[in-house]
Design a protein around this ligand. Structure first.
Ligand SMILES: *Cc1c(COP(=O)(O)O)cnc(C)c1O
Length: 462
């Protein structure tokens, strides 16, 4: 088991080579639970099986039942479309068993990860000294950052942890609500005028609150997941500084614009943040899972997250150059998940990233234009990022769901309908730069060509 078997390495590496060569990656489908159970039955027993046999079970029966996030036609949620170079280097991490907890154990790997964090911090306009760690994603980043917001706020105000509250908009990501619950905090929910959190709305909510001194921080979103809406970062940042609030920016999706040459200004105000979360596994084309967490003053995070164990003393030498990623988030053992991005950025350069990111905006603008031109379609929000939400006149929830199912069955696209003010609507999240305008046309035309309610096709299909 611990000696490399050339037959196994050849088989696996050739599978990887084939998978990465697919152009485009097939969309895939959801599998049938019985078929999957059947394929898996008796696979693991006291004696091993031939590698070809196991690999063919994977390739024939399991892999096709995974809808490929890296298919250009994956337009649900927020897709993931790793650069091939990044995906390849991800294998290097696994092959090298890199344990990137501490500078002591993984100095070069951590320095390379930090080079990427520094690039993002510089593009964000954070001061020298800013830094953080790569974590599994936006949820983990939000939780780690808001723990620091809570402890720092409680200390500065001299109030107990459990009384601390965080101001959030009514559009904030679900992970923030979970985080507050886990951290024993409650939210001051600020209603948004037109879905965007503004400084005026935040000020009004604080003014109307009977205990504003318990509000220790505010979360702004740079690109809501549903519609890509960017909160009023600049003004909220000013108000946060005035009111001594920790300013956290959830830029899991939209933070990628830091590397865009033409749309960076949409994030103006991000430089005021105390902490920022950006998910490279979304729009920075990095394999899952990869979230970048940055702090303006990393020592505040160390005070919260450094784990105190006698057997860990050796990693905390106190040297000013040591940087232990485990000190900046709720994590100890970790893989250096920032390295695939570091490698790919180094190989391709930031301009290639800018071009690929901006292609997402171009696709969204193209779709929006098609929607505006159509009598039957209505754009619900002028796209700011790469996601488009719109409605089809006369359709109800069933129509949208059946339409989406048909497109998936035909292999045209994977689209998950979404909600807008409680109404089911269509949503296209673009990300893969290889999607063509013709493919966008095919999706939009599929909504115009058929009206299930009038044709009765929906009845037959169900
Ligand atoms: C995706 C997303 C998250 C959650 O990130 P994960 O990486 O899935 O944990 C949080 N906030 C926003 C705005 C997101 O788009």
């Amino acid at each position: 088991m611990h000696t490399l078997d050339p037959r196994i390495s050849d088989a696996v590496l050739s599978h990887v080579r084939n998978r990465l060569s697919l152009n485009p990656t097939p969309l895939g489908r959801t599998g049938n639970a019985n078929d999957i159970t059947e394929a898996l039955s008796d696979l693991i027993g006291p004696e091993g099986r031939d590698v070809e046999n196991v690999l063919s079970t994977w390739a024939t029966h399991l892999e096709p039942t995974v809808i490929s996030c890296d298919s250009p036609r994956f337009l649900s949620f927020i897709p993931g479309a790793p650069a091939k170079t990044a995906a390849l280097f991800d294998m290097v991490l696994s092959a090298s068993s890199l344990h990137a907890v501490s500078w002591l154990e993984a100095s070069g790997a951590i320095a390379a990860e930090n080079q990427v964090l520094q690039l993002l911090a510089t593009k964000a306009g954070l001061p020298a000294g800013a830094g953080g760690a790569f974590v599994s994603g936006g949820s983990a980043g939000n939780m780690s950052a808001l723990a620091v917001a809570r402890d720092t706020g409680a200390r500065r105000r001299g109030i107990p942890h459990h009384t601390c509250r965080i101001a959030v908009s009514d559009q904030v990501h679900s992970s923030v609500a979970n985080t507050l619950n886990l951290l024993g905090m409650t939210a001051l929910v600020v209603p948004t005028p037109g879905y965007r959190l503004t400084a005026d709305a935040l000020r009004a909510a604080l003014d109307a609150d009977p205990n504003p001194e318990t509000v220790v921080g505010v979360v702004a979103t740079a690109g809501t997941t549903n519609a890509g809406i960017i909160d009023e970062l600049d003004q909220i940042g000013l108000l946060a500084a005035e009111q001594n609030l920790w300013f956290h920016i959830d830029a899991a999706y939209g933070g990628a614009l830091l590397l865009s040459e033409n749309f960076r200004d949409r994030l103006t105000g991000i430089e005021r943040a105390d902490s920022i979360v950006i998910d490279p596994h979304k729009w920075l084309f990095t394999p899952f899972d990869c979230g970048a967490l940055l702090y303006r003053e990393p020592h505040l995070a160390r005070a919260v997250h450094t784990q105190d164990e006698s057997y860990l003393d050796v990693i905390h030498t106190g040297s000013p150059t040591e940087w232990n990623p485990s000190d900046y988030a709720y994590q100890l053992t970790r893989r250096p998940r920032g390295l695939p991005l570091w490698f790919s950025l180094s190989v391709h350069g930031t301009h290639a990233y800018s071009v690929a990111i901006e292609r997402g905006i171009e696709l969204a603008q193209y779709a929006a234009q098609r929607i505006r031109e159509s009598q039957e379609l209505e754009l619900l929000w002028e796209p700011e990022l790469s996601v488009v939400v719109f409605r089809r006149a006369g359709w109800n929830a069933t129509d949208y769901n059946e339409w989406a199912q048909r497109l998936l069955q035909q292999g045209t696209a994977f689209i998950s309908p979404s909600a807008w003010d409680g109404e089911t609507v269509a949503r296209l999240a673009f990300l893969h730069p290889d999607l063509s305008f013709a493919e966008v046309d095919a999706i939009i035309d599929s909504m115009l060509a058929e009206n299930p309610r009038s044709s009765g096709a929906s009845v037959a299909a169900s």
